[in-house]
Design a protein around this ligand. Structure first.
Ligand code: NAD
Length: 239
């Protein structure tokens, strides 16, 4: 029970990696407030779902107000909600660019700028943002996603410095997963998935729980001296 008594906020809690993180945190004794666009929230003791769009500043303010009034200061924030809108640069529309930046980059800022300072005031917290191997390697057809996920890394390192200013113990880290078997990947043809498998030393895609276990490490006191880092969880990727 690595997270007994902790209050965690997880965005994108309903599917894929966010769902796995929510389940693992609940398994380890945390209370979890999930934030997701959809209504299909996990049904488990200790879990509360708030329907919200992380790209909306008004929605994030509402989430923060509910959190402050009903739960108190979060101990853990996981920014996991994300989307892809892939296209080669020459064909990418402004809308595809804007949508990914709005959710994957600004969405992280929207909630962290509210919860981060409250953790700083409280003197402790762990903030984890789900970046991507694509931020570090680049990927054909994903310039919008690569930009957003690389931006998260700069934000992570900046917040690790900023939120430590109060003299407390607020740690801020990112996870850069490799290809992970979730709905986000189901649209990809099997032959391309095989190529992705072949690009890893372990010869397979990740299961969401393997990313969730890395989040558990960063959320818990096991990582008490780790901040400003990007944890690669990618099976030894060579993109
Ligand atoms: P997914 O599509 O399975 O789940 C994403 C979840 O986020 C869904 O529940 C969805 O409703 C929610 N969501 C989407 N937009 C939202 C918004 N505007 N506001 C609130 N909730 C929103 O995706 P996944 O594969 O589990 O990815 C989770 C995160 O991990 C994303 O940030 C993604 O970029 C990142 N990631 C995924 C992979 C992969 O291979 N699957 C690899 C690296 C990083």
């Amino acid at each position: 029970m690595l997270l007994s008594g902790k209050l965690a906020v997880v965005t994108g809690s309903n599917r894929g990696i966010g769902r796995a993180i929510t389940e693992v945190f609940l398994d380890h004794g945390a209370r979890v407030v999930g934030v997701d666009l959809g209504e299909d929230f996990p049904v488990r003791e200790g879990f509360t779902g708030l329907q919200a769009d992380v790209s909306s500043t008004a929605d994030c303010q509402r989430v923060f107000d509910v959190l402050s009034q009903q739960f108190g200061t979060a101990d853990i924030l996981v920014n996991c909600a994300g989307i892809t809108r892939d296209a080669m640069t020459r064909r990418m529309t402004e809308e595809q660019w804007d949508q990914v930046i709005a959710v994957d980059l600004k969405g992280v800022w929207n909630l962290t700028r509210l919860i981060g300072p409250s953790m700083e005031k409280n003197g402790s917290g762990s903030i984890i943002s789900i970046s991507s191997a694509v931020a570090l390697f680049g990927n054909i057809g994903q310039v919008n996603y690569a930009a957003a996920k690389a931006g998260l890394i700069g934000m992570t390192k900046t917040w690790a410095k900023e939120f430590a200013q109060g003299g407390g113990n607020v740690r801020v880290n990112a996870i850069a997963p490799g290809f992970t078997m979730t709905d986000m990947m189901r649209a990809i043809p099997e032959n391309l998935l095989d190529r992705f498998r072949g690009q890893t030393m372990l010869g397979r895609l990740a299961e969401p729980k393997e990313i969730a276990n890395a989040a558990l490490f960063l959320a818990s006191d096991l990582s008490s001296y780790v901040t400003g880092e990007v944890l690669n969880v990618n099976g030894g990727l060579r993109m």
